[in-house]
Design a protein around this ligand. Structure first.
Ligand code: SF4
Length: 457
């Protein structure tokens, strides 16, 4: 370990889960701790400089992949740049969603109000791009000065005859998960609450898959081969018209439960569509998820086809996994990702590769997620919610992690420590879902951990 870093955090003499701030004490525990659980789902501790994104970012990442939507950020340009093209979501149709539009609020708007500027921005967007739906995000400054974004959107809907949906998401107003809920509310406004006759319902919706690097296409291909129709993805590679067909589905399958569970529950209550939680990361969870869909659709033939398909895929993957296991066995993994479902799948994936997880945390995991996580990891594995950069560094060093799995904000932490890194966040451009994702993940973990570059530290 470079001396500069060791002196920064202090050399660890024994394993502990001591927090870096007293206020964070209840949000850090370990695998063997059978105590009262972990504090989660709370606002970040003031001054802790959490790795979490803001409310607005949570809303934007969920709504962003709607391919023909127009997103206007009503706030300073920095909010827009922070979330511009933030997902590696691929499209098979329109690519309007990949642009970022902003009212670029400045001091004069703060003094005199920014509503008229927003009116002009919407009118200009409609005239120049003819979108089917406009989402308007009120960010911190608009929230502070109290611009009535909802009223501006209602008037724009009447003026232009299109959907114009206000997303009141000032970053300071809560935590990222609140942004997820605001996005789910916006989607419900779009698809409506008129139930489709259940007797005519067909196919499934895939919720919480944002088609990163075409991952939804991979899953759709599996389902198509098994004879299951997908009505729409929510929100990956979905046009506004496709989203409006969502009420026709028999079943919702929820991939990213952290962001989409509230939508699944609303659709069950208002539209009568049941849901199952799935994860297409890793062999175990991909097979279990396909089987869960077959069971939820109550189709014995489908269940049999699914079983055969999974056996076939697993037998062709086994030699690949074996090859990488021989190179990775005994290595230690640290995980810090957005939601609990992904952390759970990653722990299992590392186990498939013969690796131990020594630290695991999430930005938005809930108590149930953390119960599952603590049941999967060994005693001594640090489990933490809403971590800070300092905590991630401290525990990676203490536990001797060989690789960190995280996103763009965690990458420099790993490299600074001379630790391998695997990008598993929404910015990435390579698929890690499905059976092909198992191969890609093993290749990437091996390439990073066993890179010759570490010999030169
Ligand atoms: S915290 Fe506020 S100012 Fe910063 S990106 Fe989020 S909404 Fe914008």
């Amino acid at each position: 370990m470079p001396d500069t870093f060791a002196s920064h955090i202090g050399k660890a003499t024994s394993l502990s889960v001591a927090p870096t701030l007293d206020e964070r004490r209840d949000s850090i525990t370990c695998g063997g701790d059978t105590g009262k659980g972990i504090a989660c789902g709370k606002n970040s501790a003031a001054g802790a400089v959490s790795q979490r994104a803001c409310v607005f970012c949570g809303a934007r990442v969920v709504l962003n992949p709607i391919t023909d939507a127009f997103h206007i950020i009503h706030g300073p340009i920095g909010c827009s740049s922070y979330t511009w093209d933030i997902r590696g979501s691929l499209t098979s149709g329109d690519d309007l969603f990949r642009h970022s539009f902003c009212t670029d609020m400045s001091g004069i708007d703060v003094v005199f109000g920014g509503e008229q500027k927003l009116v002009r921005a919407i009118d200009e967007a409609v005239a120049s791009h003819h979108p089917n739906v406009v989402f308007v995000y009120a960010t911190c400054i608009a929230g502070v000065i109290g611009d009535d974004v909802a009223a501006v959107c209602r008037a724009a809907e009447k003026r232009h005859g299109i959907r114009c949906i206000a997303v009141q998401a000032p970053g300071f107003s809560g935590r990222k998960a609140q942004g997820y809920r605001l996005a789910c509310d916006a989607i419900m406004q779009l698809i409506g609450t008129k139930p489709f006759p259940r007797s005519k319902a067909h196919g499934i919706n895939i919720l919480g898959d944002f088609n990163l690097a075409g991952e939804q296409w991979i899953v759709k291909n599996y389902l198509k081969g098994l004879g299951v129709d997908v009505v729409t993805g929510i929100t990956g590679d979905a046009s506004c018209a496709e989203l409006m067909r969502a009420p026709q589905a028999r079943l919702n399958v929820v991939q990213c439960a952290g962001s989409m569970l509230s939508l699944a529950k609303r659709m069950e209550a208002d539209l009568g569509i049941p849901y199952v939680k799935v994860s297409f990361y890793g062999i175990e969870d991909t097979c279990a998820s396909l089987s869960r869909i077959a069971a939820a659709l109550d189709d014995d033939d489908l269940a049999e086809r699914t079983d055969l398909f999974c056996r076939d895929q697993v037998s062709s993957l086994n030699p690949v996994v074996e090859r990488y296991r021989s190179r990775l066995k005994g290595k230690k993994a640290a995980i810090f990702v957005g939601g609990g479902f992904k952390a759970i799948s990653l722990i299992k994936q590392f186990r498939e590769l013969g690796m131990d997880t020594v630290m695991v945390g999430t930005q938005t995991g809930n108590a149930d997620d953390y119960d599952v996580i603590r049941s999967l990891v060994d005693e001594g594995c640090v489990v933490l919610d809403d971590a800070t950069a300092t905590e991630l560094e401290k525990f990676m060093v203490e536990r001797g992690a060989d690789i960190l799995v995280g996103g763009v904000k965690e990458r420099p932490l790993a490299y600074k420590l001379g630790v391998a890194f695997c990008d598993h966040n929404h910015e990435r451009k390579h698929p890690l879902a499905g059976f092909v994702g198992v191969r890609n993940f093993a290749e990437e973990v091996n390439a990073s951990i066993n890179s010759p570059v570490w010999a030169f530290l």
